[in-house]
Design a binder for this molecule. Structure first.
Ligand code: DMJ
Length: 459
């Protein structure tokens, strides 16, 4: 099954049953709206724009562009997740702009970025998680430790905001995200690790939970990518990334008795021997950073990345449906298997395929394409339903019980990374493009040529 045919089916189903809604319910064949986006509409359209473009589905891209022009509206009286709106909508609009050159995307990205700025009105400048786009009033998730903001949320704005400053000429966006770094730099890090919770009023850490999966993940990713996207001029981003990775290696990375490397979670000094599907993105991240690693660690980091890819593949291979669980454990006599009912679901997430894609690009070892192909077959067999693709509730069940949601990131990320895994390396080459955490490609901002770099005018 060629990947663009999968995309066509996912897109056509959304178009037919849920056009304009945020997401599709592929079993009940109707629209689905998550409150993460308030009353902003069309998440799937904006998230899918660049995938349509990259797969050369230009008619569909035009249709999506027209919808954005006529219908995408941020003047809504509703509370949104700053992080989700940034990675999916701002990121999606920016990459659609850079790929197509269409002005409407630049304009809409800046408009939305301006709407998000009031989220930074806190005593420390660490933004709120939730923001009412009309009133500009923000707050944090009620469940987050003592009113804290979340590392993976406030730490995953950097790439998009740097581009917003570049495209708008307004330095405010870049200043806001650089200030987040300043606040973090002033704080003590327990064993060099970054707790997931930070109070935006006091500037102090909340509970000492550390994770390279949910609540922490893309913060680390954006340190590395900030450096890469700056054409390797952001030395601070570089240092913060490699120092954090060293702390992760020392305190969280472990090998099971069966020889599987995993990244555990840390709760108040104790290790929880659990890895999330979300954590599996780390294989790709470590591979992407390996080339610039200090102290001759390139080979070592490539090995770590390959080992994580293998562990994550095992988490798929050890299920009945050959799709990965949301979380898997390395305790109580099991390895890479979910033991709790609420960790057995699969919601079309991309992280494992993302890691295969990076590993393929860096090694050309055919096993990564083989593993990607296994995932394609499982998606076709168990997730494809009459009205699109659906997640499943239990990957260990003998037949799939569908959750009836086609997540927008399935089109933005899972299908894009699959497509790139089976494409030549000159599709979106890493020298020129950096992927935001929702797989939206953003161009490297080339450094000004210095006098010595400049070609000799006389020659
Ligand atoms: C996406 O929205 C992004 O990849 C994010 O970083 C994590 N969660 C989903 C996909 O699993």
């Amino acid at each position: 099954m060629p990947i663009h045919v999968m995309m066509k089916f996912a897109w056509d189903s959304y178009k037919r049953y849920a056009w304009g809604s945020n997401e599709l319910r592929p079993v009940s064949m109707q629209g689905h709206s998550s409150n993460l986006f308030g009353s902003i509409k069309g998440a799937t359209i904006v998230d899918a724009l660049d995938t349509l473009y990259v797969m050369e589905m230009y008619e569909d891209f035009e249709m999506a562009t027209e919808w954005v022009e006529k219908n995408l509206d941020f003047n809504v009286n509703a509370e949104v997740s700053v992080f989700e709106v940034n990675i999916r909508f701002v990121g999606g609009l920016l990459s659609a702009y850079y790929l197509s050159g269409k002005e409407v995307f630049r304009k809409k990205a800046i408009q939305l970025g301006e709407k998000l700025l009031p989220a930074f009105k806190t005593p420390t400048g660490i933004p709120w998680a939730l923001l009412n786009l009309k009133s500009g009033i923000g707050r944090n998730w009620p469940w987050a430790s003592g009113g804290s903001s979340i590392l993976a949320e406030y730490g995953t704005l950097h790439l998009e905001f740097m581009h917003l400053s570049k495209l708008s000429g307004n330095p405010a966006f870049a200043e806001k995200v650089m200030n987040i770094r300043k606040v973090l730099n002033r704080l003590d890090k327990p064993q060099g690790l970054y707790p997931n919770y930070l109070n935006p009023n006091s500037g102090q850490w909340g509970q000492h939970h550390v994770s390279v999966g949910g609540l922490g993940d893309s913060f680390y990713e954006y340190l590395l990518k900030a450096w890469l996207m700056s054409d390797k001029t952001d030395e601070e981003g570089k240092k913060l990334y490699y120092d954090a990775l060293q702390a992760i290696e020392t305190s969280l990375m472990r090998k099971s008795s069966g020889g599987l490397t995993y990244i555990a979670e840390w709760k108040g000094g104790l290790l929880e021997h659990k890895m999330g599907h979300l954590t599996c993105f780390a294989g790709g991240m470590i591979a992407l950073g390996a080339d610039g690693a200090p102290e001759d660690k390139t080979g070592h980091q490539m090995e770590q990345a390959a080992e994580i890819a293998r562990t994550c593949h095992e988490s798929y291979a050890r299920t009945t449906l050959k799709l990965g669980p949301e979380g898997f454990r390395f305790d109580g006599g099991v390895e890479a298997i979910a033991t709790r009912q609420n960790e057995k679901y699969f919601i079309l997430r991309p992280e494992v395929i993302e890691t295969y894609m990076y590993m393929w690009r860096f090694t050309h070892d055919p096993k990564y394409r083989e593993w990607g192909w296994e995932a394609v077959q499982a998606l076709e067999k168990h997730c494809r339903v009459e009205g699109g693709y659906s997640g499943v509730r239990d990957v260990y069940a003998s037949s799939p019980n569908h959750d009836d949601v086609q997540q927008s990131f399935y089109l933005a990320e899972t299908l894009k990374y699959l497509f790139l895994l089976f494409s030549d390396d000159d599709h979106l080459p890493f020298e020129h493009w950096v992927f935001n955490t929702e797989a939206h490609p953003l161009p490297v901002i080339k450094k000004e040529m210095t006098d010595t770099d400049k070609p000799n005018q006389l020659e």
